[in-house]
Write a protein that binds this ligand. Structure first.
Ligand SMILES: Cc1ncc(COP(=O)(O)O)c(C=O)c1O
Length: 419
């Protein structure tokens, strides 16, 4: 009997060395700021940028950037729909307002035509948008030339949301280096992972000084929170995944409800509310985990590419399933492999029943699916393409623990779907 699931989000990046490191760090009580500083230095070198600041999440990093821009209260921050509440909430928590822009149905990124309309709309209301956040969805870079030019023309401050896209490039330049600032995520199912973690980056000295001061004002999360994160890869690798179909799956629910391990999104966030552990600094132990993963970035992304090539080869000829168009395939790092199908939600459900835990990014215009849209100030019907995409998209795992054989099992399942 198979007892280990094929999973997209249950600590997907963890290899043996990450596990051993997590165990060592779990039994140590030092703050180890050395690792945060080293991670920041290596990040700046990698991106060829001057300043990197680590935080305990992409959410905290975005809050730091927004706060440091010193905008007027309720300023409009443009952001695409077909995203996660974790990308929108920091706007609300910073006292600003999200202005939703529709999504391009071909590439899952911002719809540039709708962006132009929204810029004009807010201008016509005598309330011009101040900031644009672009999201490189699933690891596919946004067309930055056009975006940079639009921002310049309309005096918009550009922030890149690189949560899905560490290592991706646009015109031979690393994403995260095109705007005034950018942020990255190291959460459990991102390109590299320390369960929770993130980085704010900028080349702007004045902004950097403000982010630095912001970070001085916020504290570290509690030791309990830190241990909770370190526990995650340990329990996941040693108990939950190997026994998933016997008792692991129930054990995970118990651990999460007893708060022994964390959830990726707190229930409060689905209502636009902020849990107490944001914004916070990145504890040294989590920085050490992130650093260990960062050293393996090329390997992790090469594997993603290899598995994606396999999916393209196997699924390319199935008419009912729409894959990323040819012109975009070489550009993405494929954090996840997106697929469109009219019955995407039924496919996800059926796959989960068969213990193939494929991805549900994003089955709601602002995910996860029980997010209260009105609390995130999204008006239903305002971004129709994003809403349609949310009804037709599922995604497949590409991470380092997915073998070609397992990808083959997923392909066989998809081929058997007769919807
Ligand atoms: C597109 C996007 N932006 C931002 C974030 C926030 O990152 P973090 O989870 O590190 O706070 C996420 C995380 O889920 C995301 O998917």
């Amino acid at each position: 009997m198979k007892i280990k699931p094929i999973s997209i989000s249950l600590s997907p990046n963890v290899e043996k060395d990450d596990l051993f490191l997590a165990v060592r760090l779990f039994f140590s009580f030092l703050r180890k700021n050395y690792f945060s500083t080293k991670l920041e230095k290596e990040f700046s070198q990698y991106l060829k940028l001057k300043h990197s600041f680590s935080f305990n999440s992409g959410r905290s990093a975005l809050m730091a950037i927004l706060d440091s821009l010193e905008l007027e209260k309720e300023s409009i921050v443009l952001i695409q729909a077909f995203t996660c509440n974790a990308a929108v909430n920091p706007i609300l928590w910073s006292g600003l307002k999200p202005g939703y822009v529709d999504c391009n149905k071909e590439n899952f990124n911002i719809d540039i035509e709708d962006l132009k309309k929204k810029i004009d709309f807010y201008k016509s209301q005598n309330n011009p948008a101040k900031v644009l956040i672009v999201q490189h969805t699933f690891g596919l870079p946004v067309e930055m030339d056009e975006i940079v030019e639009l921002c310049r023309k309309n005096e918009l401050i550009l922030i890149e949301d690189c949560a899905h896209a560490l290592g991706a490039e646009y015109n031979n330049k690393k994403i995260g280096t095109f705007g005034k600032a950018a942020f990255f995520s190291f959460s459990r199912d991102k390109v590299i992972s320390s369960v929770y973690g993130g980085m704010a980056v900028t080349n702007d000295d004045i902004l950097a000084e403000k982010i630095k001061n912001y970070r001085k004002r916020i504290g570290y999360p509690s030791y309990f929170w830190e241990k909770q994160q370190l526990f995650h890869p340990i329990l996941m690798s040693l108990i939950i995944l190997p026994t998933y179909f016997v008792f692991g799956k129930y054990f995970l629910i118990i651990l999460q409800s007893l708060k022994i391990t964390s959830k990726a999104v707190h229930f409060k966030e689905k209502r636009g509310l902020k849990p107490g552990y944001f914004p916070k600094k990145l504890p040294g132990s989590l920085a050490a985990l992130a650093l260990n993963q960062f050293k393996k970035l090329e390997k992790l992304n090469c594997h993603r590419k290899k598995i994606s090539d396999f999916y393209f080869k196997e699924l390319g000829s199935l008419a009912a399933f729409e894959l990323l168009p040819e012109n975009n395939r070489k550009k993405s790092i494929f954090l996840r492999f997106p697929v469109k199908h009219k019955e995407a939600h039924r496919i996800i459900e059926k796959a989960w029943q068969k213990n193939l835990l494929i991805g549900d990014w994003y089955t709601k215009v602002i995910a996860p699916k029980d997010t209260r849209l009105e609390k995130l100030e999204y008006i239903e019907g305002s971004c129709p393409k994003a809403e349609q995409l949310a009804s037709e998209t599922f995604n497949l795992p590409t991470h380092i623990n997915i073998s070609e054989k397992q990808a083959g099992a997923i392909v066989d399942f998809i081929k058997s779907c007769e919807f």
